[in-house]
Design a protein around this ligand. Sequence first.
Ligand SMILES: [Zn+2]
Length: 227
Amino acid sequence: MIVAHPDDIEVHWAGTVARLVAQGRLVAYVLATSGNRGIADPAKTAERLAELREAEQRAAAAVVGVTDITFLRYDDGDLAFHVPQLRADVTRLIRQYRPSTIITHDPYPGNGSRDACAIYPDHTTLGLTVFQAAYLCAPSPLCEPEQVRKGLPIHRPEVLMLIMSQEPDVFVDIEPVFTLRMQALRQHVTQGRDRPEQEALFRRITGELGRRGGYRLAEGFRRLAPS
Ligand SMILES: [Zn+2]
């Protein structure tokens, strides 16, 4: 599970994570940034904010039973300037973890999307970089060959599940874990996710996805499985 910022997971798919963990699936989080610029508070340094947000992310992960978290610590907002190194990092992690499924951002969230969150460059850059790493780089011994020489085996994930897509085609029933999902989201205090109105907001968002998927409350993904 590879996302750009702390709280991307809890906003979009923590309910799905809770269900996967309950089924006994191994889930690991990778965060490309620690959200070190994600607040308008001059009293906090970027370093302090990153510490706070990493702690919030660990607490949120613990709520749904995830303890394996990697922070790559790129600067918030700068992923587009670090694509070669970012792709090498993601390739290494794919070769280490050997996932069958990766959940990440949709690099093409929709034609003419006006969803500022979905078209935020960190999200689209990371989605495209993960796609390249998963299907071009990690399976090829000629890409990042020093990783292979050091003993990491090549690997090709079977499926990418894309979040923030305007065209979701897979829906997960999260009604049984909605309370747990909100408890995870509330850990992101620096982002105001502990405010009472968040519950109504996410009942509406997951309710709209649920109507599209045939559930009362759902999370939605676009499935990508290149042949
Ligand atoms: Zn984000």
